[in-house]
Design a protein around this ligand. Structure first.
Ligand code: PLP
Length: 433
């Protein structure tokens, strides 16, 4: 397909797909099939030996999912992308691809809850140590790295504190140690932030959130920038050594040593290794649904951010609101950095506190009509939740404070309804709080 240097909104609609000559279908077809015919025995042998591109079996690749992967890669200016069945699967694969028992990873501590559990408990059972550091100071990452560290990890905007760390400085720490920087950019998908502009080597996503955008399916993705030198220091044999499961093929030499071609070995290794062996592959229908979201992502991202800014300003000025943690407000400690890193706004998820404390929080949640009370973020619809009485209800007041979830906090994910209607709903619910 011809690809002039298109802008993001054009790539979101066109990249990775040209109507096929048989059907001329304009929309991306849902290829709901497990398997694909081989033209002849030689074709089959070549596909299995990775000597020519093509499809064998949907666990390894599918034409609908392929469009999603190519489109996500195009939106990032990336070398490659692998879509997964969930965001958690993407995070696990990205870490497991280059880390084994006895080694460690260094991560910011202010993580999505599911990631925290994966890192602190599940990876520990497999002998991978995860070192959690306060991500507000990049030097904390440097102090935690040793000879057995394999990667540096964090999230682009914290949820719900809305903290924005010095991502370029964290990338520098990783690169000075010869390590890749993996960024969970779920809440700041392009055009909010291109993770590769701040030095990330690998981005991981939950496609369930703003990219799918309509709360219809779970999905994830790993996106590779293509510039990281996996061969330096011989630290990453998973990428650079011959692969015994492909007759000793060397993915680094095949995919990363061609002049002018960015390296795609990380994603290729995940597809041909972990995806083959574990199989958290997206259903073709889910890939199709995420593609529908992706087509309007640039438009929706701007609308989410603009509405979040208005809602945050409104809340901050409201007498029943004690505090608002949105990095788009000058009152947030990371406001200056947020302005520099996120020109269209630091996403649409943040926490705020009610002067009436936990009881006011519950009353507020009970009173909203337009806003949906549920445990998700970045649906097109506005969502609210009161963590202290739901997701964090087992914690003591001290533990709540430690987790950055004070008892009076309401988390809001601002949607793309007309902002006047969102404000009117908040107004009537605050009256009752
Ligand atoms: C939701 C989320 C995940 C997990 O994604 P799933 O698609 O639910 O598996 C990971 N990271 C962040 C930041 C998230 O918000």
């Amino acid at each position: 397909m011809p690809t002039p240097p298109w802008h993001a909104q054009t790539l979101a609609l066109h990249a990775g797909h040209a109507p096929d000559a048989d059907t001329l279908s304009r929309a991306v077809p849902i290829h709901q099939t497990t398997s694909f015919l081989f033209r002849d025995p030689e074709h089959a042998a070549n596909l299995f030996a990775l000597k020519e591109p093509g499809y064998i079996y949907t666990r390894l690749g599918n034409p609908t999912t392929d469009v999603l992967e190519k489109r996500l890669a195009a939106l990032h200016g990336a070398s490659a992308c692998v879509a997964t069945a969930s965001g958690m699967a993407a995070i696990f694969y990205a870490v497991a691809a280059i880390t084994k028992a006895g080694q460690n990873i260094v991560t910011g501590s202010n993580l999505y809850g599911g990631t925290h559990t994966l890192f602190a408990h599940t990876l520990a059972r497999f002998g991978i140590e995860v070192r959690f550091v306060d991500s507000s100071d990049p030097a904390n990452f440097a102090r935690a790295i040793d000879a057995d560290t394999r990667l540096v990890y964090t999230e682009s905007i914290g949820n719900p504190r809305c903290n924005v760390d010095d991502l370029p400085a964290i990338a520098k720490v990783a690169h000075e140690a010869g390590l890749p920087f993996i960024l969970d950019n779920t809440v700041a998908a392009p055009p909010i932030l291109n993770p590769f502009d701040v030095g990330a080597d690998i981005a991981v996503y939950s496609l369930t959130k703003i990219i799918g955008g309509h709360g219809t399916c779970i999905g994830g993705a790993i996106v590779e920038a293509g510039g990281f030198d996996w061969s330096a220091g011989g630290r990453f044999p998973e990428i650079t050594a011959p692969d015994p499961t492909y007759h000793g093929a060397n993915f680094w030499e095949m995919l990363c040593t061609l002049e002018g071609t960015p390296c795609s070995a990380f994603c290729t290794k995940i597809r041909t290794g972990l995806m083959r062996d574990i199989g958290a592959t997206p259903a073709p229908l889910n890939s199709f649904l995420v593609i529908q979201g992706l087509e309007t992502l640039p438009l929706r991202a701007k609308a989410h951010c603009a509405n979040a800014q208005r809602v945050a300003q409104y809340l901050e000025a409201h007498p029943k609101v004690a505090w608002v943690n949105y990095a788009g407000l000058p009152s947030h400690k990371d406001h200056a950095r947020a302005k520099a890193l996120f020109p269209i706004g630091p996403g649409a998820v943040f926490g705020f506190g009610l002067t009436g404390g936990i009881e006011a929080g519950k009353a507020f949640i009970k009173s909203v009509r337009l806003c949906s009370h549920l445990a998700n973020i970045l649906d097109a619809k506005t969502l609210v939740i009161h963590p202290a009485s739901t997701t964090h209800s087992q914690l003591t007041p001290e533990e709540l404070a430690q987790a950055g979830v004070p008892a009076d906090m309401v988390r809001i994910s601002v949607g793309i309804e007309d902002v006047e209607d969102i404000l009117a709903d908040l107004e009537q619910a605050l009256e009752k709080a």
